[in-house]
Design a protein around this ligand. Structure first.
Ligand code: FES
Length: 100
């Protein structure tokens, strides 16, 4: 039995072509944990709020559009979900990485 809901996660991926395109896009995304700092997200991603608004990552210091998305991992940023550098001042320590 399949639930007829537009919110069903599997819905968009039942189509084999769409599933292949999604997987191809996901293999282009790299997420790197920076030691005692943020998550660096490289690749074609969109950051969307719970109510569906798309957020634009902050521009680089030189004013050019960001080429990567830098996400806060310490919880201290004033611009969540983006990192604002607070992790350098609040003593954030990420501990040991657990192997998968
Ligand atoms: S990780 Fe940079 S402000 Fe939280």
């Amino acid at each position: 039995m399949h639930l007829k809901s537009t919110r069903c996660f599997a819905g968009p991926f039942r189509n084999a072509s769409r599933r292949r395109r999604y997987i191809a896009l996901m293999t282009q995304v790299i997420i790197t944990t920076k030691a005692n700092g943020p998550l660096i997200v490289e690749g074609p991603v969109r950051i969307v709020t719970p109510d569906g608004r798309e957020l634009t990552p902050p521009a680089r210091k030189d004013g050019k559009p960001a080429e990567v998305v830098v996400l806060c991992r310490c919880g201290g940023s004033q611009t969540k979900p983006f990192c604002d550098g607070t992790h350098k001042r609040n003593g954030f320590q990420d501990g040991q990485v657990t192997p998968g």
